[in-house]
Ligand binder design. Structure first.
Ligand code: PBE
Length: 303
């Protein structure tokens, strides 16, 4: 900016001060908000923000669709990561402040905090679905033993929750997975029934840093390693995960949420991978709030 007159300088300085003060008080306000604050609507109490996760997640797409279908035009879906979302949730929860996050089951957060899903009368978040195992074409021929184990792999939301809570409690994903494998030898024996050992064959599994998938991928990785595979767990974003299993740079994933959450990815690459079917049943997606919040439905966000 070019200043035309010198006398404008103090004026500008004064304006700047007012501006900064306004920002400051804004911040103070948003720090102050709590469940019983002066905010008169839910929207005001959370600054019209829904705390999301990584942009590639199907959950983000579903939430964007929900904002559209419920006509929540003033609302903003904040992108971040699963870790940032749970950190924001913990921070708000500890102070009993209002917060709305994108959530899913199985997830340790439901054991750790008292939470509820907001009703979704328009069924935007779809029916419950399954998590499937998907492998690259040619894996059956190249690594028949790994293929068999991946095909057999199936467990319950409770199994997955156990691994997730151990990780949440501070154990490394590898240790938590190894512990589950040791404690559940009978289940693992089912997956590996009749499978012969290999010696050092390489295998790469892809996953996204979603808490549920960190747990499942580490468990199946450990089982394959115990069979003699040299396993690499490659953390990627959702898009590259599907691209990887379609172009063969990843041998497999146990993180395919179907039929709706990853529908776009599935359709995009259909015919270029092999779907080995479900490894877990009983999932759910939606908007999640602490139980102390006085709302029950996505419709309530309009008020
Ligand atoms: N999730 C967890 C993923 C799938 C696994 C629900 C965050 C998603 O939305 O794509």
């Amino acid at each position: 900016m070019k200043l035309k007159k010198k006398w404008m300088l103090p004026l500008l300085a004064a304006l700047l001060t007012v501006g900064l003060a306004a920002c400051g008080s804004d911040k103070a306000d948003s720090n102050k908000k709590d469940a019983g604050s002066s905010a008169s609507t839910v929207g005001e109490s959370v600054d019209y923000k829904i705390i999301g996760i990584d942009p590639g997640a199907g959950l983000m797409k579903a939430t964007a669709k929900a904002l559209d279908e419920y006509k929540l035009d003033d609302w903003q879906l904040v992108e971040g990561s699963s870790a940032a979302m749970t950190a924001a949730l913990k921070k708000a929860y500890d102070k009993q402040e209002p917060i709305i996050v994108t959530g899913w089951t199985p997830h340790w957060m439901f054991a750790k905090f008292d939470l509820k899903y907001l009703d979704d009368p328009k069924s935007v978040f779809g029916p419950d679905e399954t998590i499937n195992t998907v492998v690259r074409k040619g894996l059956k021929k190249d690594s028949p033993e790994a293929y068999k184990v991946l095909d057999n792999f199936h467990w319950t939301p409770e199994d997955m929750a156990k691994v997730m809570s151990d990780i949440q409690a501070g154990e490394s994903p590898e240790d938590a997975a190894a512990k589950w494998v040791k404690d559940n030898a009978d289940k693992v024996a089912e997956w590996t029934d009749g499978v012969s050992k290999v010696s050092g064959d390489k295998l790469t599994l892809g996953y996204v840093a979603w808490d549920s998938e960190i747990a499942s991928t580490n468990v199946i990785g450990k089982v394959l390693e115990d069979l003699g595979y040299k396993v690499t767990l490659r953390q990627v974003e959702a898009g590259p995960m599907w691209t990887g299993v379609a172009d063969g740079s990843l041998d497999g994933i146990v993180a395919a949420w179907l039929p709706s959450t990853h529908e776009d990815y599935y359709k995009k690459y259909e015919g270029k991978f092999e779907d080995l079917g479900e490894n877990l049943k009983g999932t759910k997606l939606g908007l999640v709030v602490p139980s102390y919040m006085d709302i029950d439905s996505i419709e309530d966000l309009k008020k």
